[in-house]
Design a protein around this ligand. Sequence first.
Ligand SMILES: [Cu+2]
Length: 295
Amino acid sequence: MTSDPTCRSLEVVTVDGRQSPRYAQVAVLEVVRLLAGLAASAIALLVVGCGGDEAAAVEPVEVRGDEYAFVMPSEGEAGVVRFDISNAGEELHEFALGRLAEGKTIADVKAYLASGREDPPAWITDVGGVPLLSPGEKLGLTRELEAGTYVFLCFIPSPKGVPHVALGMLKSFELSGDSKAELPEPDAVIVANDGGFEVPELSAGEQTIELRNADDTEREFFLIALKPGKTIEDLERFFETGEGKGEPPARFHGAMQTIPAGTSVYIDVNLEAGVEYTLADNSGDRPFVTTFTPA
Ligand SMILES: [Cu+2]
């Protein structure tokens, strides 16, 4: 991450640490799964405010997923936004992100989920969030977001099979103005193209990686590390039986749900030397899977 040490005036935007109200009306899993592309996480925004036209450094916005809430601020600045996303709980969580049409609120989202309707509402746009994170995992995510109302949602089922969103794991926040920050200079670039993924030689350690969708369709970047002796087939079985049940066959590192063609996001990750990572995309007709091992 590049940061400007001369720009130090921090403005802390409201941090809402309250639990979301219990969402008693449990929506059917099938219904909420239709929104799975929307699943996202919570956001706490520490926004750097600087005078003049100088580009500001963005302070990470802490977003914690837990059982069963997103702990994050309720508002922040649009433009270049950086989220430090973590799973502080004991279950798997995802951080799906949707943008609400003007005038729509979290109350509309809750009413929709409680309605049992099966057609995804036209007033929520999937803008791509962070897929599954294992307990204790974290991920930095820097991207451009326009002003508006957003909502993080988690559709992962609890051990009893109830989607987390129905237990209160959803949270809205407003972005307005402009952070005037710049996108980071990445240490490496992973490209999704029409043949799969192009992954460069990667070093171990903390680094910023640009995830670039150079394909002509939406693509996702799902980063995992299979546990020793486990295969992609084990992972598929795990998803088929509901990811809230049983011991996961992989460590889930998040990365990025579907983003539009021609766009990029930037992740901050700590890659371990010698670990074989799997990068997958199941969003389209053809699944793409590749592996890499940082030196
Ligand atoms: Cu969750």
